[in-house]
Design a protein around this ligand. Sequence first.
Ligand SMILES: [Zn+2]
Length: 176
Amino acid sequence: MAKKIMKTEGQEADVLASAIAQMTTPQMTTPEGTELTEAQATKVAKIRQAGGKPEVTKCQRCGKILVRDLCVEREEGDLCSHYFDELGMTKDDLATERAKRTIKEVPQGWIKTRQLHRICESHSIPVSRMVKAMGTDRGMGPLLDPRFEFKYVGNARYVDGWCASEEGLALLKASN
Ligand SMILES: [Zn+2]
C-alpha cells in the first residue's frame, strides 16, 4: 500500500488539492470528475469539518499537499526525498529533465495521462502499473515501451493514445 502511494504521490496530491478546492461539492469527485478513493474522501471530509481551513502540510520542496504521516513529519514527499536526497539531484537537474519532456502542442491522437488513468481504472489495471510504464512520476525511469513516454504541454502530461488501445492496455495488464 505504501509503495503504491509513493508511486502516485503527485497524482494523489493533485486529486486531493482539487477536491479540497471544491469544498461545497458533497460528491466523491473532483471538478475534473475524478472519483476519490475512500481514504481520500475521508481526508477531504475531515478538512471540510475543520471549517474548510485545513491544517495541511505541504512538501517543502514542491509545495504539494502531503498525505502520509511519514511525509508530513519530515515535510517532504517521497518523490522529492528520492530525487533530492537519495539521487542528489538539484532543482536545475529536475528543470532540465522537465524541459526535455516539454513540447508546445499536443500531438494528434495523444491523450492526457489523467484520461489514461481513468481508462486503466475501468479495465482494473492498477494505476501503479501505468505510472511505472511511463517511467514513474517524472518519466525518468525505464519505459515499458517507448510509446509510454509522456510529454508535458504546460502542466498537463500527455501520452500517445496508443497506450489506451487494446494493445497498449494488454501490455500494461501483463506488466508488473
Ligand atoms: Zn515534493
